[in-house]
Design a protein. Structure first.
Length: 476
């Protein structure tokens, strides 16, 4: 009788796998990111676009920041939150225990939540252990495994570890193996698509981040926002009880007001805020009456925040005020659309990803000064919708060029704003539907697009080859 136990176990497992594969639902998709759900905007937009196209979405993410209301209110999206890993064990034991616990927890959750899912979309990075778990679950269930490459996980690990460290090598090997085993891949830039193909032979569709919705802030909303912020941050206060640093009343802006610069950050090593602080310090030193004062609002949380706050206090600036703040989800887009300029200090660890914060700023209608790296021109066009800088001196010169005779005579700033409007003309879902939807729905027919794609759009959008051929036959 004991001899029959292995055979029975194999029989049960085989039956389970066959039953699971027979239970796949055409309109059910799993999405997973081993990261803070409130700070994973691209995966949120994947979920919303899938739901908009009629899919039932099972979304697994880590508990953290406040969840966007569009996710919470969507009946087609079922959210499962994982608790972040915590341990009181010594560090060396934590390093050993954490991947084991995370792998076991993820495996159980994925097997349960992704039952019946025709496809599972995962974000990479984080890589370990999610990439292996998702591959295993997809193989068991017969689901399609889709990776959305935001960057290379091993290059992020290499920021804090030697390049030849064993963990870096393990992450790189896992990304290569499971990237090759995935059924389909998306990535955030054309440069990354080429790199994946050249380095590992992985074909990935370029799915660029685009504005999800155009955020605008009228005079009343702007005044109300600054009044809310002034109760906590003095730099936003006006000279009277009901005024603010930027507005006199709900219907009137100050004629001689400061410039509002906004920067968003996770306060990590891949963003050197010393570049911005040095540029602002020089602006303060060289200030004249031809230029406005500056209020620079830096949003976000992270490990280096207290370090840079100390550096700001040492500067003792007169015409520049710098404030670090953490906003409610509904306040952030309002602050962006109330700003005059955005600054991005993101520097890609791989040189192949793009900062989502710049897309948010463009959605709000503000131009951006961004630190240069090799594929940034896929997003920021120097002199057209923003400016690109390599060091603090270049950033300083850009600030003086843009802000001279502000607000009425700042012609260069107005030119960049017009370029931002052009960027807004291709929204996220329009782009997603042409690139990603055929991957999730291979049975898609040309008629499913209706009149959304016209002849002038064909060269601009990254369509699948099958649909591109059909569009050219039918619309040109």
């Amino acid at each position: 009788m004991i001899e029959l136990i292995p055979a029975l176990v194999i029989l049960v497992i085989t039956f389970f796998i066959l039953y699971a594969r027979n239970s796949l639902q055409k309109n059910r998709v799993g999405v997973i990111v081993l990261g803070d759900i409130g700070r994973s905007p691209r995966m949120r937009e994947h979920c919303l676009s899938l739901a908009r196209e009629g899919f039932q979405v099972q979304y697994i993410a880590t508990r953290g920041s406040e969840i966007h209301e569009n996710l919470l209110n969507n009946k087609r999206i079922d959210i499962k939150l994982l608790s972040p890993f915590t341990s009181s064990l010594p560090r060396y034991l934590t390093i050993l225990v954490k991947p084991i616990v995370q792998t076991a927890t993820l495996l159980v959750q994925c097997l349960y939540e992704f039952w019946g899912c025709r496809a599972v979309l995962m974000q990479n990075p984080p890589t370990i252990p999610v990439i292996g778990v998702v591959w295993f679950v997809c193989r068991v269930y017969g689901s399609k495994m889709i990776i959305d490459w935001h960057n290379y996980g091993y290059t992020i690990l290499a920021l804090g570890l030697p390049e030849n460290h064993i963990l870096v090598k393990v992450a790189q090997t896992l990304e290569y193996i499971f990237g090759k085993l995935a059924n389909d891949n998306f990535c955030v830039t054309s440069a990354m698509s080429r790199d994946l193909n050249d380095k590992w032979g992985i074909k990935a569709y370029s799915l660029h981040d685009r504005p999800t919705e155009i955020t605008a802030c009228d005079s009343k909303a702007k005044h109300r926002l600054f009044r809310e912020l002034s109760s906590e941050y003095d730099v936003f206060k006006g000279d009277t009880e009901n005024s603010t640093a930027f507005t006199v009343s709900p219907t009137e802006d100050r004629t001689r007001r400061p410039v509002l610069i906004v920067s968003s950050t996770s306060w990590t090593a891949d963003e050197d805020f010393g570049v911005l602080l040095t540029a602002l310090a020089k602006y303060d030193t060289e200030w004249s009456t031809d230029f406005p004062d500056i209020i620079c609002a830096i949003t976000g949380k992270g490990p280096l925040r207290s370090h840079y706050e100390t550096e700001v206090e040492k500067l003792a600036l007169k015409h520049v005020k710098i404030v670090t703040l953490w906003l409610k989800p509904e306040q952030y887009p309002l602050l962006l659309s109330s700003a005059d300029l955005g600054v991005s200090l993101h520097y890609s660890s791989s040189g192949l990803d793009l900062p989502m914060k710049v897309v948010d700023m463009y959605a709000a209608g503000i131009p951006v000064c961004a630190r240069n790296f090799k594929c940034l021109n896929e997003l920021v066009r120097h002199g057209k919708n923003g400016c690109v800088f390599d060091d603090s001196d270049q950033l300083y010169r850009q600030l003086t060029t843009l802000f001279k005779s502000f607000p009425n005579g700042s012609k260069n700033l107005s030119i960049l704003r017009e370029g931002v409007k052009h960027f807004q003309s291709l929204p996220w879902h329009y782009h997603w539907k042409s690139v990603a939807l055929p991957v999730f729905n291979p049975d898609l027919q040309l008629e499913d697009y209706g009149d959304e794609i016209g002849p002038n759009d064909i060269g601009m959008l990254n369509l699948s080859p099958r649909l591109l051929s059909k569009l050219k036959q039918n619309k040109i």
